[in-house]
Design a protein around this ligand. Structure first.
Ligand code: CP3
Length: 334
C-alpha cells in the first residue's frame, strides 16, 4: 500500500534529500526504497516504489505530490476541450518513450530480489480521473461523478485516455520483471454498482489489456516459471462492489477492513484468491489486541482459495516499524 515506507527511518532519510517524484524517477533510489521493507520486515513480496501519478508526470502532465495532501494537477481536465487537448498532447507513444526510469528501477529491483516476487501497480482510470477533474484530492469526487453524467461521451474519452497511459505504465513494469501487478481503484467505493459497471469498468478492463496480451512475464526469478502475471484488483470502501470488481477480469481481489474475508469469499462464490485486510487502526493497539485481530483475519482468509495477508489500506506514517515486523513473524508462525 502507499505510504508503507513512511514509517521507516531509512525511508525518511532518503526522502530528506529527494522530492517524492524525483525518488520515484531515480532508478537506484526507487529500487532501494522498494527493498527497504523486505530487508527490515522479511515480507514475502515487495511493492514497487512508485505512485499512481507517475505515468502522468512522465508523459508531461503538470502534477505534483504535495506532502499531507496528495496529487495536485495544475490544469484540471473538466471539459470536452480539455479532454481533447490532453489526448492530443499526452499520447501513449510519448509515455512509452519516457518510461526508462521505471523500466530500469524494476529491472534493478527484480535482480536484487531474486526469488522474492515484485508487485508492480497502476492507478485505475476512475481514481486518476477523480484527481484530474478535481485538480486535487476531494472527499466524494463529486466533480468527476458529475462529469460522468453531465457529459458521458467526454467522460468515456477521458477514462480511455487514462486507461491507455496506465496500460503502458503497467506493461513496462511487467516487461521489466514485475511478477504480479495490482490495479488500485482506490476511490471506486464512491460509485454505485451500476455506475461502476457501466461507466468505469470498461476503462479498467482496457487498462489491463496490454498485460493480458503479454500473458507471460518476461522477467526472471518468480516469473521464470513462465506463468501468467497475476492481476490483483483493489478499491477502498468497496464492499458493495465486490462482484463488479471481480468481473473486470482479474485473478485476485484486495479487500479493505470493512468486509470480513470469509464474507467476501462467500459472495464471490469461492472463486478468487483474496488479499487483505488488517485494519490499520489496530497498528497502534496493544500487542495481544493486534495479534487477536491478525489471527481473526488469517482464520477468515483460510476460507478463500488462497490468501495474501496485508493491510486493508495504507500504513499510517506514525506506525512503529517494529509492530510491522512483529506482524510478519506472527503471521509466518501462524
Ligand atoms: O507504499 C509504497 O511505498 C508503495 C508504493 C506506492 C506509493 N503510492 C508511494 C507513495 C503505491 C502503491 C502508491 C499508490 C497510490 N498513490 C494510491 C493508491 C493506493 C491507495 O493508497 O489507495 C493513491 C491514491 C496515491 C496518491 C497519493 N500519493 C496519495 C494520496 C499520497 C499521500 C499524500 C500525503 O502525504 O498524505 C501519495 C504520496 C505517496 N505515494 C507516498 C508514498 C510512499 C508518501 C510520500 C511521503 O510523504 O513520503
Amino acid at each position: 500500500m502507499r505510504q508503507a515506507g513512511r514509517s521507516l527511518p531509512e525511508y525518511r532519510a532518503i526522502r530528506a534529500d529527494h522530492r517524492m517524484l524525483d525518488a520515484c524517477l531515480t532508478p537506484e533510489l526507487a529500487s532501494e526504497i522498494t527493498l527497504q521493507p523486505v530487508r527490515r520486515h522479511g515480507v514475502d513480496a515487495a511493492v514497487f516504489f512508485s505512485d499512481i501519478v507517475v505515468p502522468m508526470k512522465l508523459v508531461g502532465v503538470d502534477v505534483d505530490l504535495v506532502a499531507g495532501r496528495g496529487p495536485v494537477f495544475a490544469n484540471p481536465v473538466r471539459t470536452a476541450a480539455d479532454v481533447a487537448r490532453v489526448r492530443e498532447e499526452f499520447t501513449p507513444e510519448r509515455l512509452r518513450a519516457a518510461l526508462d526510469p521505471v523500466r530500469d528501477a524494476v529491472r534493478l529491483t527484480a535482480e536484487a530480489l531474486g526469488s522474492t516476487p515484485l508487485i508492480g501497480f497502476t492507478g485505475a482510470p476512475f481514481t486518476l480521473a477523480a484527481y484530474l477533474v478535481e485538480g486535487g484530492p476531494s472527499r466524494d469526487h463529486l466533480r468527476a461523478r458529475t462529469l460522468m453524467h453531465a457529459d458521458p461521451e467526454t467522460w468515456a474519452a477521458l477514462l480511455d485516455w487514462v486507461a491507455d497511459l496506465c496500460g503502458v505504465f503497467l506493461e513496462a513494469q511487467v516487461e521489466a520483471g514485475a511478477s504480479a501487478v495490482q490495479l488500485f481503484d482506490s476511490w471506486a467505493g464512491s460509485l454505485s454498482p451500476a455506475d461502476y459497471r457501466d461507466r468505469v469498468a470498461p476503462a479498467s478492463r482496457r487498462t489491463l489489456e496490454p498485460v493480458r496480451r503479454l500473458g507471460y512475464a518476461a522477467g526472471e526469478g518468480y516469473a521464470a516459471a513462465a506463468r501468467a502475471v497475476p492481476i490483483i484488483h483493489f478499491a477502498v470502501g468497496s464492499g458493495h462492489l465486490l462482484e463488479e470488481l471481480a468481473e473486470v477480469g482479474v485473478d485476485a481481489l484486495g479487500v479493505d477492513w470493512r468486509t470480513p474475508l470469509d464474507e467476501a469469499n462467500r459472495r464471490l462464490g469461492g472463486a478468487f484468491p483474496l488479499q487483505g485486510n488488517i485494519d490499520p487502526a489496530y497498528l497502534g493497539a496493544a500487542t495481544d489486541v493486534l495479534e487477536a485481530h491478525v489471527s481473526d483475519v488469517l482464520r477468515r482468509g483460510r476460507s478463500a482459495p488462497a490468501h495474501v495477508l496485508n493491510l486493508g489500506h495504507g500504513v499510517p506514517p506514525e506506525t512503529d516499524p517494529d509492530v510491522l515486523t512483529r506482524i510478519v513473524s506472527f503471521a509466518h508462525g501462524a
